[in-house]
Design a protein around this ligand. Structure first.
Ligand SMILES: C[C@](O)(C(=O)O)[C@H](CC(=O)O)C(=O)O
Length: 305
């Protein structure tokens, strides 16, 4: 049986009129492993989460193409048939850099990525004061991505994001998305949707072009569940903070316990083996054994007497 890679898998799901993709945000190997173990069949690499975890920095255009590609490649290859959607910010430069971004993401196993119309010194879409490039520069970014995809004959899905809603309003945002669609983008992404009515309207105005909903809770967008997003007509929903949010709170709580008690006080079931099992310990041991290596003949579990 041959493996269907994430990009082809994602493209097929978008071609199926009933297809709907639910992608929790992941930012590192552990969060991705946990999302896969929980049964999600698509992942989203959040740029905000990558900036926070790789650099300890806010989502202010600090990650480079190299940072993003390296993280995306690791995440995409934990389960190569599971589509990884990835943030590609502004594409990291002019058309030449956007083409390189597309090529590098495709070769790294990314299934789909979004490119936006903010200036290079971008910020999170749910912060105020965003600045935009003009519509022609934006369309050029999208065209550069689409042409790179076509040159490679890759299935990678190009997602056109606009951040224009905040400063230029709905009509200009839709004009930008239509231009991106006409330039060959596969999916549209209206950032910072501010109401359910607007969400429904955007889907209708751009139908049958597939749209992605960015579900950032406590940002500009009301809380819309996966079932509701599907009913509204969206084809993809991403939740950028689905894993980094709980991780942040749990780490804070764990550290408060450590500070107070001088011990982390972990759940007794949380042995080193349990952690490593989430990260493929048993598969690695099996691989070693099948290759004739003897390193794990005695197993890895401590004997309790
Ligand atoms: C989707 C996003 O680009 C991300 O990096 O995950 C962010 C999420 C966020 O910082 O709120 C965005 O919406 O700009």
């Amino acid at each position: 049986m041959s493996l269907i890679f994430g990009a082809t898998n994602l493209r097929r799901r978008l071609e199926d009129p009933e297809g709907f993709v639910i992608a929790p945000g992941v930012y590192d190997g552990l969060s991705a492993r946990l999302a896969l173990a929980a049964g999600f069949d698509a992942l989203y690499m959040t740029g905000a989460g990558t900036a926070a975890s790789v650099h300890g920095q806010a989502d202010l255009g600090i990650c480079t193409l190299n940072d993003m590609r390296a993280n995306a490649e690791m995440l995409a290859n934990l389960s190569p048939s599971t589509p990884l959607l990835a943030d590609a910010d502004t594409g990291y430069g002019g058309p030449i850099m956007v083409a390189r971004t597309t090529e590098q993401y495709a070769r790294s196993g990314v299934a789909g990525f979004h490119i936006e119309d903010q200036v290079q010194t971008k910020r999170c879409g749910h912060l105020s004061g965003k600045q935009l490039v003009d519509s022609q520069t934006y369309t050029t970014r999208i065209r550069a991505a689409v042409q790179a995809r076509q040159r490679m004959n890759s299935d990678i899905v190009v997602i056109a994001r606009t951040d224009a809603l905040q400063s230029l309003g709905y009509e200009e945002s839709l004009a930008r998305l239509r231009a991106a669609r006409d330039a060959g983008a596969d999916v549209g992404f209206l950032e910072g949707i501010s109401s359910r009515e607007q969400a429904r309207q955007a889907v209708q105005d751009l139908a049958p072009w597939p749209l992605l909903l960015n579900m950032v809770e406590h940002g500009s967008t009301p809380s819309i569940s996966a079932a509701e997003a599907r009913e509204l007509g969206f084809r993809i929903i991403i939740y950028p903070f689905a894993t980094i949010g709980p991780a942040l709170r749990a780490i804070q709580e764990g550290l408060a316990t450590l500070k107070r008690d001088g011990l982390p006080g972990l759940d007794p079931a949380l042995t080193p083996q349990a952690l490593f099992r989430v990260c493929g310990l048993d598969e690695s041991v099996q691989l070693d054994t099948e290759a004739g290596g003897g390193a794990f003949e005695g197993g890895v579990d401590l004997r309790t007497t």
